[in-house]
Design a protein around this ligand. Structure first.
Ligand SMILES: Cc1cc2nc3c(=O)[nH]c(=O)nc-3n(C[C@H](O)[C@H](O)[C@H](O)COP(=O)(O)OP(=O)(O)OC[C@H]3O[C@@H](n4cnc5c(N)ncnc54)[C@H](O)[C@@H]3O)c2cc1C
Length: 441
């Protein structure tokens, strides 16, 4: 007991109610990933049904507490034409996770833009790859969704679950570990006791710092200038990216005539473009972006973000796990960051729930090591692959330029390789945790 404060107990405490922390909380509350298990709706059932979710728990559900510093404001898409500048390309596997925890309807009720095609080309070398959902027998490759939409849909879901409590606004100030528990002190004076503390608190994670886990971080020479624009013509079902020596230019479609543009360049160039008037910025985009963009009606908002690759030395400490950007950040050029983080959450949820169903300790070092083994290597591969793409498109000798264009053309021409890459990026047909798989219902 710490002084005068009342201690509240919870099975799992998650610091950070962003997309990754929210998904983890909803997955833990949704219950054991027993796929297609018979669900008994009778009053005498021993199953706890979490309405809207694909899963059912067979024993008492875990209690979960989410501590979030600041949630986005609720908004009604009909009344709010403004778009969050931060958008994500969500893979099919990530969409399945949101479906399985009962949050996907909340996303669709706000807004999400599906895309069926994805093109990437090398401006200098001329190489090009075009992906199409038909090639992997899917209806689409993914959805472009505002980050706040995903976060709010998950928050709606959490509020409906009696075994989840959300403490906000609050930050973690300090924690200490005992043999079987962790005790957290929060900025609002509350003290929590938990069996497992999860840091889902983003790239500047306080939990990671408090756990004394080192971070290997290398900033890129590029910043990402993100602009929300209105286009003359309605968006099609395509997202594209053109690689230039200064950095890629990307177009992510949003609903109707909206699009999100990402213009990677040096910090100085991004700052200069941010300082332009809307009209001058619109002209700069029109003259620098490929003709595929078409005409722009107006620039609605813009901001620039520094980008870095980072990997924490470890994902775990005694009774502590890190997920999402708290554990790793990647170059956003392939839109994989949050998809990797959501996969952390899905795998950790599977491990915790199956351990709980065996009445074993959900904060044990054994569970934590299994989690780290199943995620750290894969995330390292992603960091390295994206770093390699970044470097390949930096100013390079002619031989490298020819090689990278040849690679793009080869992927385009060789359908098994193309299909493999598409399946990996969209999370289809891989060995996936239960929470990431489409339910046969
Ligand atoms: C320009 C750009 C474009 C990107 N595009 C894509 C894309 O297309 N696809 C993709 O998959 N990824 C993309 N990403 C990456 C993606 O945005 C991140 O990977 C994702 O936001 C990480 O989610 P998270 O929940 O781990 O962390 P965050 O989104 O950072 O959420 C952390 C949460 O924790 C809260 N928090 C922080 N500290 C505390 C504390 N001490 N106490 C309590 N709460 C706290 C914060 O308020 C926040 O809500 C992009 C990134 C950038 C920079």
């Amino acid at each position: 007991m710490v002084g005068r404060e009342l201690i509240t107990s919870t099975d799992v405490a998650i610091v950070g109610g962003g997309m990754v922390g929210g998904l983890l909380a909803a997955a833990l509350a949704a219950g054991s990933p027993t796929r297609n298990s018979p669900v008994n709706h009778g009053a005498s059932s021993t199953h706890t049904i979490n309405a809207d979710s694909a899963f059912a728990t067979t024993t008492k559900p875990l209690s979960v507490c989410v501590i979030e510093n600041h949630f986005p404001d609720a908004f009604n898409p009909g009344d709010d034409p403004s778009y969050d500048l931060r958008v994500s390309a969500l893979s099919i596997a990530s969409q399945n996770m949101l479906v399985n925890v009962g949050a996907w309807q909340g996303v669709l009720a706000r807004r999400a833009c599906p895309y069926r095609r994805l093109s990437a080309w090398d401006h200098e070398g001329g190489g090009r790859t075009d992906f199409d959902a038909n090639d992997i027998d899917q209806d689409f490759l993914g959805h472009i969704i505002e980050n706040r939409v995903i976060q709010l849909a998950l928050l709606d879901r959490l509020k409906k679950l009696s075994n989840v409590s959300v403490i906000s606004p609050a930050r973690i100030e300090h924690y200490s570990t005992q043999a079987d528990t962790v005790q957290l002190s929060l900025s609002d004076g509350q003290v929590l006791q938990t069996r497992l503390l999860v840091g889902a608190d983003g790239a500047a994670s306080s939990v990671r710092k408090m756990a004394g886990i080192a971070l290997h971080k290398s900033p890129y020479d590029q910043h990402a200038l993100v602009a929300s624009v209105e286009t003359e013509l309605a968006q099609q079902d395509i997202t594209w990216q053109r690689f230039l020596p200064a950095g890629p230019q990307a177009m992510l479609p949003l609903c109707g005539k909206r699009a999100s543009l990402v213009w990677y360049d040096s910090k100085e160039h991004c700052e200069q473009r941010l300082a332009l008037s809307d009209e001058d910025f619109k002209q700069a985009v029109q003259s620098a972006f490929p003709a595929d963009l078409g005409g722009l009606d107006k620039v609605v908002g813009r901001s620039a973000f520094p980008i870095a690759k980072a990997h924490s030395e470890s994902y775990i400490a005694p009774r502590v796990a890190l997920v999402g950007d708290a554990a790793h950040t990647v170059h956003p050029l392939a839109g994989q960051g949050v998809n990797l983080g959501l996969m952390d959450a899905a795998i950790l949820a599977d491990l915790i729930l199956s351990t709980k169903d065996k009445n074993r300790d959900i904060g044990s070092q054994q569970l934590l090591r299994r989690y780290e083994r199943s995620r750290r290597f894969e995330n390292q591969l992603a960091i390295t692959a994206l770093d390699t793409i970044y470097k390949a498109f930096q100013p390079q000798p002619d031989i490298v330029k020819q090689g990278r264009s040849l690679s793009l053309n080869t992927v385009n021409a060789f359908s098994p390789l193309k299909s493999l890459l598409m399946r990996y990026a969209s999370g289809v047909g891989r060995d996936l945790p239960s929470f990431a798989m489409a339910q046969k219902r």
